[in-house]
Design a protein around this ligand. Structure first.
Ligand code: COS
Length: 384
């Protein structure tokens, strides 16, 4: 077992770290307060290879692997979780098209994602009545000549108002076909019949654009079917397995930022004639925060390594996402406690970290769904 990073992994991490600290972090508070979507930053990040970290160089990717991707996500998340989620979803869309797309789809769409031309990718699976249970989704796609015609509504779509390339799930089979009746499509932003709904006023990740999408007789070319008809559910599950490594990384990045802020504050803030870092209670908090963060980082990097080695990694990705997201909330909560009243106002970033961390236990599969996946796989492993 080797826990050392390769030269490529270190290079990607350092590139992301420098950019995140110099360019993203100074704007994070404003993104949050003014709900600003960081379009220019995302396009610059594409130039640094961060929109296709694990994508083939032939389509503009950095071809640096999954561990490098996780490390880069941690760095960007520590600066601005909103920017990081747009990065995560773009990488996820690129990976899905790169793995299941035709050569023409890869040439056309993966390159738009990796180059920044598309600004961001969007992953349109969830619907108002189908989040944890995507097999129940109701958007339909009907074949008409050389086209597919999409009708229906999507909910909670990250970067939905800005994404130039979207992957969209729709039902091509009967409702009672369940998960086997779904297919996946590539839809370009701005296609006629695709309407972008109201931007959600969220508790956290306020610089991330979250919208509903409505498809009203939205016509796309037949060749924009991604993978085979009826295979959509599997594509979604495969993409989400990888996506969970991204969200686990985001959780670690936010928690690390909260820990760093807490250490800084504890050394500076004095009470009873000494820095509060000298108090045993604060040391206990910081030690627990560091220990839990390190455990989560190891889970995330192990899942990333397994994906990189093309070994089954669903359970490991779910464990990483589950533990990291819940850890992140605990660490951010402690960070606020260490800051006292200052933790509760926006003079310090920890209240933003706390709000940003909350959704990590919900999106790309709730904690309950992760436990379900983990339990299923564990039963398989130890079952008769
Ligand atoms: N990789 C590849 N294939 C998978 C898979 C995976 N990780 N998980 C399931 N599948 C396949 C199964 O093998 C099965 O294939 P067959 O039909 O050929 O047998 C098919 O998909 C259906 O699987 P299953 O019966 O397990 O589906 P369920 O409806 O029971 O749902 C869960 C499984 C709950 C795990 C799934 O619905 C899920 O992950 N839900 C959460 C979705 C989510 O994250 N939503 C957030 C939206 S994005 S912000």
């Amino acid at each position: 077992m080797n826990l050392e990073l390769t030269e490529t992994q270190r290079l990607i991490r350092d590139t992301a770290r420098t950019y995140a600290r110099e360019k993203i972090a100074p704007r994070a508070r404003q993104h949050d307060r003014e709900e600003l979507f960081p379009k220019d930053l995302l396009q610059e990040m594409a130039q640094l290879g961060l929109m296709g970290v694990n994508l083939p160089a032939a389509y503009g990717g950095a071809e640096a692997g999954v561990v490098a991707y996780a490390l880069a996500m941690m760095e960007v998340s520590g600066a601005c979780a909103s920017t990081a989620v747009a990065m995560a979803v773009t990488n996820m869309c690129g990976e899905l098209i790169s793995r299941f797309g035709t050569e023409a789809q890869k040439q056309k769409y993966v390159t738009r994602l990796t180059s920044g031309e598309a600004v961001a990718g969007a992953f349109a699976l969830s619907e108002p009545q189908a989040g944890s249970d995507p097999a129940a989704l109701r958007t339909t796609a009907v074949k008409r000549g050389d086209s597919w015609v999409l009708n229906g509504s999507k909910q909670w779509i990250t970067s939905g108002a800005h994404a130039g390339v979207m992957v969209v799930w729709a039902r091509t089979g009967a409702m009672d076909a369940g998960s086997r009746g779904l297919s996946c499509f590539i839809v370009e932003g701005g296609t006629e019949g695709l309407h972008v709904g109201r931007h959600e006023d969220k508790m956290g990740l306020r610089g991330s654009n979250t919208v509903a999408l409505t498809f009203e007789d939205c016509v796309i070319p037949a060749e924009n079917l991604l993978g085979h008809e009826g295979e959509g559910f599997k594509l979604a599950m495969i993409a989400l397995d990888g996506g969970r490594i991204g969200i686990g990384s985001q959780a670690c990045g936010v928690a690390r930022a909260a820990l760093e802020a807490s250490v800084r504050y504890a050394k500076e803030r004095e009470a009873f004639g000494q820095p509060i870092a000298e108090f045993g209670g604060i040391k206990q908090y910081l030690a627990d925060m560091q220990t839990e963060l390190s455990a989560a980082e190891l889970l995330v990097l192990r899942a990333a390594q397994m994906k990189e080695e093309k070994r089954p990694f669903s359970r490991e990705a779910s464990m990483a996402k589950l533990f990291a997201s819940e850890m992140s909330q605990r660490v951010c909560d402690r960070a606020i406690q260490i800051h006292g009243g200052y933790g509760y106002i926006d003079e310090f970033p920890v209240e933003r970290y706390y709000r940003d961390a909350r959704v990590q236990q919900i999106y790309e599969g709730t904690s309950e769904i992760q436990r379900l996946v983990i339990a299923r796989e564990t039963f398989k492993q130890f079952g008769p």
